[in-house]
Ligand binder design. Structure first.
Ligand code: 13P
Length: 250
């Protein structure tokens, strides 16, 4: 792989109570006492488990991120959680623009606003983009990804690139067991990198693949020259399989 440090991120989505999250951390630390050299690891629990997971991973080397944050710094926004709140719970970053949130109505403009607030609050951001099956079949994958990316990166100062990661997650591959082939993922991610070059030094930008990544598929995916790691959903819920994916990247 390239100079960019591979990143393995586990997105737990709406799974695990605080007690279950602590239990996961105990299992993960037993399996992987420290993050191996040559890879970075981040765990994205639900808001309610951020603090327990941050505490339970102290001194381990993996860091913790939220799954989204509000586009407002504070105020009358019932049910929302701000970037500074997740920071105070130990999160040092956040996912943004996950397709499961876009499906609930989150627009490119909303994602961009969240990117701005998150970066201003000192968080790192993992910006998720991806095409639907219909868009892929219509041959507009590159255009869809470029538009999502351009909107989000407009909120990024090129000097903030070390706090920005992009995750390419084709919607049809999420939770379906239908992983993109390494060639498909490489082609899409190379296109994303080329599009990012309009805004910043794209050789420094880490771009992950996500969508049904498992210990069996991780190594081959990450061998592709432009794939800088993985955003793992289902397989991150089990400490053993998540540890195996981390090892595949190291
Ligand atoms: P799965 O790995 O379960 O397909 O989920 C991918 C994902 O959406 C991670 O953000």
């Amino acid at each position: 792989m390239r100079d960019r440090l591979p990143l393995i991120a586990g997105n737990w989505k709406m799974h695990k109570t605080p007690a279950e999250a602590r239990e996961w951390c105990v299992g993960f630390r037993a399996r992987l006492p420290e993050v191996p050299a040559g890879v970075e690891v981040v765990v994205c629990p639900p808001f309610t488990a951020l603090e327990p997971v941050s505490g339970a991973l102290q001194g381990h080397g993996a860091w913790v991120a939220a799954q989204t944050v509000s586009d407002q710094p504070s105020g009358p926004h019932t049910g929302e959680v701000s970037a500074s709140m997740v920071f105070s719970c130990g999160a040092r970053g956040t996912l943004l623009g996950h397709s499961e949130r876009r499906a609930m109505g989150e627009t490119d403009a909303m994602v961009a606003a969240r990117v701005r607030v998150a970066l201003a609050s000192g968080l790192r951001t993992i910006i998720c983009i991806g095409e639907s099956l219909a868009q892929r079949e219509a041959g507009v994958t590159v255009e869809v990804l470029a538009a999502q990316l351009a909107s989000a990166l407009a909120a990024v100062d090129p000097g903030e690139i070390d706090r920005v990661v992009v995750a390419y997650e084709p919607i049809w591959a999420i939770g379906t067991g239908r992983t993109a082939t390494p060639d498909m993922a490489q082609e899409a991610i190379a296109g994303v990198r080329a599009a990012a070059a309009n805004r910043l030094d794209a050789n420094l930008l880490r771009i992950l693949y996500g969508g049904s990544v498992t210990p069996a598929t991780a190594r081959e995916l990450m061998a592709a020259p432009d794939i800088d790691g993985a955003l793992v959903g289902g397989a991150s819920l089990d400490p053993e399989s998540f540890a195996r994916i981390v090892e595949a990247a190291a």
